[in-house]
Design a protein around this ligand. Structure first.
Ligand SMILES: Cc1ncc(COP(=O)(O)O)c(C=O)c1O
Length: 355
């Protein structure tokens, strides 16, 4: 592997000692792979399940079939893919694998996705916050100052939730090249972006973790399937720490089926982008809209004169958007997900009645 990280990055050095020494749970399905006619190894109900599908059996702990299909779609070897119960689980597992509670810290760059901080707090990990610049980009000097020898992870969300923009690629590469811990690039919204994914950089940076999810463009938020792409060594650690059967059988089967529908998903992505542009044009006409930030995602951040008033008015009319106006740098702003044409029309028609 080419290594463009200029530090002496070593996974061994940042791994928690208890995780390094951990003997992972060995499930019945880990110990035997292949086909047999009689399975008496996992204390399942051999008579069946009350459903048509054989849910009486535990699912594949390493989700081979789903990963095989993802590997074809993403062009990444199976050994570089981790699947979590949503990417939220991958975030939590990164904390549990690499951050010592009460000792280590991570860098967050707000405004950004809220679960990084919640997960840090659950795991008793200090968060060092280095706000984005006024144009929602990384403050590299600030990040460099905040890093110390106990900094294990930096979370970069690109395209960023809730601002919608992508981070400058060169800035992310600067972090990847100079940081001695893991740079986690959360690409939950990458399918809507003009930017290319960081997945191609996995062979360049041993300290890169890319998160993606089936919850957004793939339309499968209810299945709870998230992905982490990283070096084989990082993926091995994450698999060791995860609960043995973290992706249930129905989610595995349905995800596999859905992954056969690439064309349908690509069609939706195109349509969502058309709808996003239309929504922006329509929203611009309102006097109470002060600014609409450029978006690389399936939502837009809209700065208004009266976020609370608009939010409450929409709620009364049965339309829910996200009030982000209390968040630093998002003052006055509502986050609006792009809906179907009918939903977007309803939003615009309703807003015409707002005074
Ligand atoms: C940036 C970002 N990352 C991760 C997630 C969580 O995704 P998942 O449904 O895969 O847990 C979200 C959900 O809103 C998100 O906005």
């Amino acid at each position: 592997m080419t290594q463009r990280n200029k530090t002496m990055f070593s996974l061994d050095k940042i791994l928690r000692k208890n995780i390094k020494n951990l003997t992972p749970y060995s499930s019945a399905r880990d110990e035997f792979q292949g086909e047999a006619s009689v399975y008496l190894d996992a204390n399942e109900n051999a008579f069946g399940s009350p459903l048509d599908t054989p849910y009486n059996r535990y699912p594949d702990p390493l989700q081979y079939n789903v990963k095989k299909r993802l590997s074809e779609i993403k062009g990444v070897p199976i050994r570089n893919i981790f699947l979590g119960n949503g990417s939220d689980e991958a975030i939590d597992i990164l904390f549990r694998s690499f951050c010592n509670p009460g000792v280590d810290n991570v860098i967050l760059v707000p405004p950004t996705y809220g679960m990084y901080e919640v997960s840090a707090n659950i795991n008793d990990i200090e968060t060092r916050k280095v706000p984005l610049t006024a144009d929602f980009q990384l403050n590299l000097d600030g990040i460099a100052e905040a890093i110390d020898e106990r900094t294990k992870l930096i979370f970069i969300c690109s395209p960023n939730n809730p601002t919608g923009n992508s981070m400058n690629r060169d800035d992310v590469e600067t972090l990847l090249a100079n940081f001695n811990g893991l740079v986690v690039v959360d690409e939950a919204y990458i399918n809507f972006s003009r930017q290319k994914t960081f997945i191609q950089e996995l062979t360049e940076y041993a300290n890169l973790v890319v998160l993606q999810t089936l919850s957004k463009a793939w339309g499968l938020a209810g299945l709870r399937v998230g992905m982490a792409f990283a070096s084989e060594e990082i993926i091995e650690v994450m698999n060791k720490v995860k609960p043995p059967y973290n992706i249930n059988e129905s989610s595995q089967q349905l995800a596999l089926k859905a992954l056969g529908n690439v064309d349908q998903v690509n069609g939706w992505i195109k349509e969502i982008l058309v709808q996003r542009d239309k929504l922006v044009l329509n929203l611009k006409d309102f006097d109470f809209v002060l600014d609409i930030y450029p978006s690389d995602a399936n939502f837009i951040l809209v700065k208004t004169t009266d976020p609370k008033g608009i939010y409450n008015f929409l709620v009364q009319k049965g339309i829910i958007v996200r009030d982000r106006s209390k968040i630093d740098l998002c003052e006055g702003s509502l986050r609006i997900t792009v809906g179907t044409p009918a939903e977007n029309d309803k939003l615009i028609e309703t807003l015409k009645k707002f005074k």
